[in-house]
Every structure is written in structure tokens, then in C-alpha cells.
Design a protein around this ligand. Structure first.
Ligand code: MRU
Length: 422
């Protein structure tokens, strides 16, 4: 069983709960989303985060809001006009437009909600009861497709990396870098870039089981096989998605890993890759919040500098994302609006409260959940700049992995993303 960021009951009474990611990894607690405003708040606060996950929660929140409204259980702010379908449609659209503003950079949310708006506009429904199944189908399809596509991303990324390393004449064990959290917690399950790490690790495990039962001669031959040995997740300051969430997933999945701070990457590569006894870093996999027409990619702050380091050391740099993250309407990365986060998310870090006597995380007596606390890490009064994302120019990206395969650049150094949609 992989971690579930989103739980949705697919029949009446429809219920949507999300794992509160502000409390992870110390506390595992689901909160209920009853309305579009609940989803807006949870997305804005980052109780749910990751481009695919926020799109799924956003669309499912429309389903639960309408369902509660139809059942007379709705306690929220919307007062839908059930007598007039045109008014009702306008009321839904207004709330959907508001939902999109919760997090502006990740295009998945805007793409999905704009599709719901299209469904509402084009629907021939004469009542909310008729409109409801159309929205339900779109939302559940989005959820299911994301899950199916994540496995394809994982397999496509794995095959590409193994093949490229083989073409380069590399043999044996290697290590991989990743930033932010792109796993089950950021998606419907399995993950995008972290899904590639998962698929690579499954491949390694298969091989290890086989080799341990083999005769020594075969073992020797198999030591040439290219396989993942270790993952290095970056802490991902300032919000620590790497140390809180990716590390949590890697521990949960028992994938050999070592956590590093964002500032350790260069030294790690320069030492590890010179050491003949350590599996060198050969690839870096990152997710995306928006990939524009020329391949420039918005992703978690720190991704751009990571791509520069990888280019310096000749490490393959892959962006892994479903096609729902591609924005062909934006031509160049300079046109991406990067969301600014509140200063407080930078000035504080969240940590589990540790009992000094036992050295264990303190737990709530009744629920058993670990207690998370906030610790200041910046001088009071200092101004901070806190962009949530940066934009990696396509020049530094070796490949873009989608559910349809891996796109690489042509001889002019250009990505052709348009062909993915033909
Ligand atoms: O601010 P976050 O945590 O939502 O940022 C998430 C990322 O940057 C991920 O890399 C991206 O959304 C892809 S998640 C599969």
C-alpha cells in the first residue's frame, strides 16, 4: 500500500478527505473537504500540494460541494439558484474561477478547473441533478488517469535512464538526485519524478533477489548490470518538502537513501563521483508545475540551480510530468508567473517536538499522533524573499518524461512538445 494523499468515496454520500501535509512527517491526520472554499484554503495553505494533487482535490471539491448542496447538507457560503440553471451555472463558474487563484503557478489546477468550466458552459443539463454526473465523471477520470499515467512515467523514465547509461558505456550501480516531493503525496499515487526512482528501485530489487540465489560466476556477470543503488533527496528549503515528505516516502518504501541539504549537492557529486567505491550520481529527476511550449519548466525553487550543477558534472537532468502539466499557451519561461509564499514559511521550520528524556517525538495522549511544532530560523525583523518556484531554461533539460515517452531536443536544441498533442 502506498501513501494516500487523497481519499474519495465514489458514491453517495460522496466524501473527500486529504492527508494534512503540514503535519507530516510527525502527524498523520486526514481532514475533510466539504466545499470549494475548503479546497481553496487547503491548497493555499499547502495542506495538499504538488501540481497533480491540487488539481485532483480542486475538481473533487466541486463534486462534494454540489453533492452536499443537493442533499441539503451544505453548510458553506454558496447559495445556488436551483430554480434557474443559467444562474446556477454562473454561480458555479464564479466559484471555480476563485478556486484557480489558490495557487497560480501549477498549471494542472487551472487546466482542470477550466475544463470543468467548459463542461458547465456546454452542458445541456436542465438541472443541477443532470449536471452533477458530468462533473463527477470528469473529476474521477482525472484522478484515475493520473494514477495510470504515473506508472507509465515511472517506466518511461527508468527505461530512458538505463538505456542512456548503457549507451555511455556505464556499468554497475549508480545514485540519483531529486528535489521537492513528487511522490504519492503530490499525486493520486506512485508519483512522477519519485515514481521514476520507485521504478528504478523495483528493477534493482528484482535483480538483487535473482543474484543472491545465483552461482558466483553469474553474480560476477551481473555486477555489470546497471541499477540504482541510492537516492539523494534534497531537503528543499524553505518548505522542506524533501526532508519532510520525500524522505518520509523513501523510508516508507524502504528505498536506500541519504538526505542532503540543498547546499551539499556540488560537494556530494564532486566527492562521490571521484570515489571508485561509491555508486556515482548519474541522473537527477525533478517534477514540474508548468512546462511551457519551448520546454522551459517551472518547478520548486532550487531546481534551476540544480540543473546548472548537473550540466557542469555531465549528469542527466530529467523533468518528469504528465501531459496535464504542459502549457502550450505560454511560449517562454519568462512569461510564467511565479507564486510568492508568505515570509513566515521561510522564517520558521516545522519540526516534531522531541522529548529530551526519551529522545522520541512527543505524541498526543488521546490520538497517539505525533505533535508538530514550529521553530524560528531567521532574525526577527529581517525582510525575506520567498518565491515558491523557479524556471529552468530548456537548455539545461536533457529530457521531458511524459506518459507517452521521453521527449528529447532536436539538433537545434529545441523540444517539440506540440507533437505530443497531435
Ligand atoms: O510547492 P509545492 O510543494 O506544491 O511544489 C511541488 C513541486 O514543485 C513539484 O515538483 C511539482 O508540483 C510536481 S509534483 C508531482
Amino acid at each position: 500500500m502506498s501513501l494516500e494523499a487523497i481519499k474519495f468515496t465514489r458514491s453517495a454520500p460522496y466524501e473527500l478527505t486529504i492527508l494534512d501535509q503540514l503535519l507530516l512527517p510527525y502527524t498523520s491526520k486526514y481532514i475533510t473537504i466539504n466545499t470549494i472554499v475548503d479546497a481553496y484554503n487547503a491548497i493555499k495553505l499547502m495542506q495538499v500540494r504538488g501540481a497533480p494533487a491540487i488539481a485532483i482535490v480542486g475538481t473533487l471539491s466541486v463534486v462534494v460541494e454540489l453533492s452536499h448542496f443537493l442533499n441539503g447538507k451544505f453548510q458553506g457560503q454558496a447559495h445556488y439558484d436551483l430554480q434557474n440553471i443559467q444562474n446556477l451555472k454562473l454561480q458555479i463558474i464564479e466559484r471555480l474561477r476563485f478556486l484557480i487563484t489558490s495557487r497560480p503557478t501549477a498549471v494542472n489546477l487551472a487546466n482542470a478547473i477550466n475544463e470543468v468550466i467548459e463542461i458547465v458552459i456546454r452542458s445541456q443539463a436542465t438541472s443541477v441533478d443532470e449536471l452533477f454526473p458530468e462533473i463527477l465523471k470528469f473529476a474521477t477520470d482525472l484522478y484515475d488517469d493520473d494514477f495510470k499515467n504515473n506508472f507509465k512515467l515511472g517506466e518511461n523514465g527508468k527505461a530512458w535512464i538505463l538505456n542512456e547509461l548503457e549507451k555511455d558505456g556505464f556499468k554497475g550501480d549508480f545514485s540519483i538526485l531529486t528535489i521537492c516531493n513528487t511522490g504519492s503525496l503530490a499525486t493520486s499515487g506512485y508519483g512522477t519524478a519519485l515514481g521514476v526512482v520507485r521504478s528504478l528501485w523495483s528493477h534493482s530489487k528484482e535483480f538483487q533477489t535473482a543474484s543472491s540465489e545465483d552461482e558466483p560466476a553469474t553474480k560476477k556477470a551481473k555486477s555489470d548490470v546497471i541499477k540504482l543503488s541510492k537516492c539523494y533527496p534534497l531537503e528543499t528549503r524553505p518548505y522542506n518538502q524533501g526532508s519532510r515528505l520525500t524522505a518520509y516516502e523513501l523510508v516508507y518504501e524502504k528505498i536506500p537513501s541519504q538526505l542532503i541539504t540543498d547546499s551539499m549537492v556540488t560537494y556530494l557529486i564532486s566527492t562521490l563521483n571521484k570515489d571508485p567505491n561509491s555508486p556515482p550520481i548519474k541522473a537527477c529527476v525533478v517534477g514540474a508545475d508548468r512546462i511551457v511550449r519551448n520546454g522551459d519548466t517551472a518547478n520548486k525553487i532550487g531546481t534551476f540551480q540544480l540543473s546548472l550543477i548537473c550540466a557542469k558534472f555531465g549528469i542527466k537532468f530529467l523533468v518528469v510530468a504528465p501531459k496535464t502539466t504542459i502549457d502550450l499557451n505560454t511560449v517562454h519561461g519568462d512569461d510564467i508567473v511565479v507564486e510568492q509564499r508568505p515570509a513566515i514559511e521561510f522564517q520558521n521550520v516545522s519540526g516534531g517536538i522531541i522529548d529530551p528524556q526519551t529522545n522520541q517525538v512527543v505524541r498526543d495522549q488521546t490520538t497517539g499522533f505525533a505533535i508538530a511544532g514550529k521553530v524560528g530560523v531567521a532574525a526577527p525583523g529581517i525582510e525575506v524573499w520567498n518565491p515558491s518556484f523557479d524556471v529552468t531554461p530548456h537548455e539545461y533539460i536533457d529530457g521531458i518524461v511524459t506518459e507517452d515517452g521521453v521527449i528529447t531536443k532536436d539538433s537545434n536544441g529545441d523540444f517539440d512538445l506540440v507533437s505530443l498533442f497531435n
